[in-house]
Each structure stands twice: as structure tokens, then as C-alpha cells.
Design a protein around this ligand. Sequence first.
Ligand code: NAD
Length: 354
Amino acid sequence: MKIAVLPGDGIGPEILAEAVKVLNALDGLDFDLQQAPVGGAAYDQTGDPLPTSTLELARKSDAILFGAVGDWKYDTLPREQRPEQAILGLRRELGLFANLRPAMLYPELAGASSLRPEVVAGLDILILRELTGDIYFGKPRGVRELEGGERQGYDTMTYTETEIRRVAELGFDLARKRGKKLCSVDKANVLETSQFWRDIVTDMGKRYPDVALSHMYVDNCAMQLVRNPKQFDVIVTGNLFGDILSDEASMLTGSIGMLPSASLDANGKGLYEPIHGSAPDIARKNLANPLATILSAAMMLRYTFDRPEAADKIEAAVRKVLQQGYRTPDIHEPETRKVGTVEMGDAVVAALKR
Ligand code: NAD
């Protein structure tokens, strides 16, 4: 199991160190972990946020465990040299077309959500966002001058049948391994691209009689996510709608430090990272919550290495430490035990060993 470890900036190195500690504590699994600089750290060393050597390591690895990139001190650099370009470059170069974002709320943390605990306690949904197509990449795009001199900005929404089929297929497969419900989200009442998407997904649904397929307009989905989020199991949607809905869903849980993500290619290779950024405000203070990164490592075992039992073990250990009352400052509440990044990692390792 060859894993590229890319810590990045800010809290990236701290949280990734805890995830590596947890992986190394798993019995009977042999990891080949190789580290490389990325983001601002790589820019400082080489002048490039995604050096060729880092990209090569990522290419020849089975999976990439990624911390976070970015710092305010790079904000004045030209766009192509900014740390955030590294993540976009990795997605593009490695063909990572599917973004999986689980939004789970452990019952112990139900108080952290801005929604009523009974609406979100026990929430466990998965948003699957297509990552390399749609209006973000469609051409033509730009600003043009119309007759009469009025200027107009424009973009193009496109999806090929192949792009829709490959993400929808993953959606059906994921639903099969979970609650067997797939909700495809579009705007078919207004957009041709969405009607095409819906027709193809509907057709594919016939091959998955064991998965309950439904369709929902994106505006309704945005509303349902805050009204009754537990009605969903897997949501599959395009790049633009997924961008917005996945952020909305992550906020249902109220704790950004708890949420992992995966970006997969067509062969199951993946980049695994917490959904949060590099949090420069708390870097190097032993304050960061490492659980999102630890849970990202669990996703890696599940989706790239097909080791669901090892993934289950890590997830159970995280649940255990929350039950025991361990909390980093971002999720701390009265009556719980406030701990730092390293102590939280240690607690997960201890729970694994038990
Ligand atoms: P952020 O996610 O880094 O931080 C937002 C807030 O959440 C901060 O108050 C931070 O302290 C807190 N937070 C984040 N992760 C936490 C954790 N694990 N434990 C405890 N608290 C945590 O977002 P931001 O402040 O808008 O961005 C900071 C930098 O991160 C920027 O340079 C941005 O471009 C970058 N960024 C990178 C990624 C990525 O690497 N994929 C994603 C988002 C933002």
C-alpha cells in the first residue's frame, strides 16, 4: 500500500502526523509512506506549489493522504503560484473526477450543529460531487461585447454521457454498500444539461433494481438538507450543485474539524483530505482537531485499499474517544475533556489497541 503523504501548510503537518500515527497502530497492515512538500511549503522550497517530484510521487502511489494548503502570506502571489493551485493541479493531473463527502454527526456532538439536535443527531449522508466537468470547465467562457457595446459575462454548462455515466455508476455502487438509496440532484426543469443528466441516470437505474433511485431539483435539495437531512443516503450531483450542497451538508454537523473527504479516479486511486483548510490562525499550537484527517485515512482504507474492516476499526476508535469525552477546543463543551492535537491522536491509538 503505497501512500504519498503531503502535509502542506498551517495545521497540515500536525494533523497528518496524527493520521500517520493511527495508520501505523493498525495491526497486520504494511504501509509504504513517502512524504513530499506541497502548497506554500513547496513554493518556499522550489518556487512551485506542486513540484514535479511531488506530482510524480502522487502518480506512482496508490493513494494520497493530504493535509491542507494555504496561508495568508501567499495571498499576493500570482494565481498560478498560490498554494491552492496544488490541489487543483493534483485533481486535474490524476483525473480525480469524483468527490465523496460524508456528512456524519456523532450523537455526542449533536449540540455543535446550528440545527435542533433531533434533526441532525445520527446524521449519516454521503454527497458525491462530479469534480472535473460542468460549467467550471465548459467552453466557451469569458466576457464579450454585444451589439450596441453592452458587455456580457458567459460560461457554458456541459456534461458528456461518459462523464455522467461514470459518476452515476459510482453513486449506485456507493448506495449499494450503504443504505441503498440514491438521490440524483439536478435542475432539469430549467437546464438542458440537467434533463440529459436525469434521462441517463434514470436509464441506468434499471440496472440497479436494489437501489431506490429518486430525483430532486437542486433548490428543493438545498431546502430539504436543512429541513430533514436524514431522508438522504447518497446524493449524486454535478460539479456546480455539488460544490454548494456539500458545503451546506458539512455545516449541518457544525464541526469542520470532523469531516473527511475523498477524491477518486476511475480506478479507485484517491486523494484523501479533511474538508477544512490550513487554519493558519491555530497552526503550531497543538489546537487543531486531527479527527477529520484520521477519518480521511479510514476512507482511504475503505475506498482505495478495500479494507473495510480496518476502516471500521478507525471509525469505531473515533466514536469511542468522543464517548470518553475527549474534545479538541473546536468541539469542546462543558463537562468534556479538553485535549490538544497530539493527545487526541494518542487517544484514538489507545482506543484502537483496546
Ligand atoms: P480554514 O478551514 O482553514 O479555517 C476556518 C476556521 O476553522 C478557522 O477558524 C480555523 O481555525 C478553523 N478550523 C479549520 N480546521 C480546523 C481543525 N482541524 N481544528 C480546529 N479548527 C479548525 O479556512 P480559511 O481560514 O478560510 O482558510 C485558511 C487557508 O486554508 C486559506 O489559505 C485557504 O485558501 C486554505 N484552504 C485550503 C483548503 C485545502 O487545502 N483543501 C481548503 C480550504 C481552504
